[in-house]
Design a protein around this ligand. Structure first.
Ligand code: FES
Length: 157
């Protein structure tokens, strides 16, 4: 009985993977099933939370030192492609200078993932835009650190 269950579970798993492969690249599937940088970063230097046109949300946390992205993490309540895009954009950003990271585009994320279907292109845009906002957040608070306390107060309202 247990063996039958194991066999049918494996068959189901294989069929799900075959269906995914018809739509997504191996890279996208890998980043969706094994997302990198999915945990938040304590006391981030830069943070952004953006909702895409589909209503899904992405967050990016950054650690920055000497103008370089030391660490980046993401979180999303979105679809599989948004998980893959958040995973990839944080991988692309880590180790880059802020000016290099600021230039990461939707196309860069799509290229690194091996493409996404037409209906998921906006998921890569959401990831690239959230990264840009997190960098902007870092730059604003670097110049005017007093604003961060004000912003925290706003979040609790
Ligand atoms: Fe909303 Fe992918 S981010 S559908």
């Amino acid at each position: 009985m247990a063996q039958e269950f194991d066999d049918s579970f494996k068959e189901l798993e294989q069929s799900v993977m075959e269906d995914m492969r018809k739509v997504y690249s191996e890279k996208t599937i890998d980043h969706f099933l094994n997302p990198r940088n999915l945990a938040g970063i304590a006391a981030p230097d830069g943070f952004a939370r953006i909702a895409g046109p589909c209503g899904d949300t992405m967050e990016i946390h950054l650690k920055v030192k000497d103008g370089q992205v030391l660490n980046a993490s993401f979180w999303t309540d979105g679809c599989g492609p948004s998980i893959a895009s958040g995973s990839m954009v944080t991988e692309l950003a880590k180790g880059k200078s802020l000016s290099e990271a600021q230039k990461i585009t939707q196309q860069d994320v799509l290229y690194a993932l091996g493409g996404l279907p037409e209906e998921s292109l906006h998921c890569a845009l959401l990831a690239a835009n959230t990264l840009k906002e997190a960098i902007k957040d870092y730059l604003v608070f670097k110049r005017e650190p007093w604003k961060r306390a004000y912003k925290s107060g706003q979040d609790f309202k």
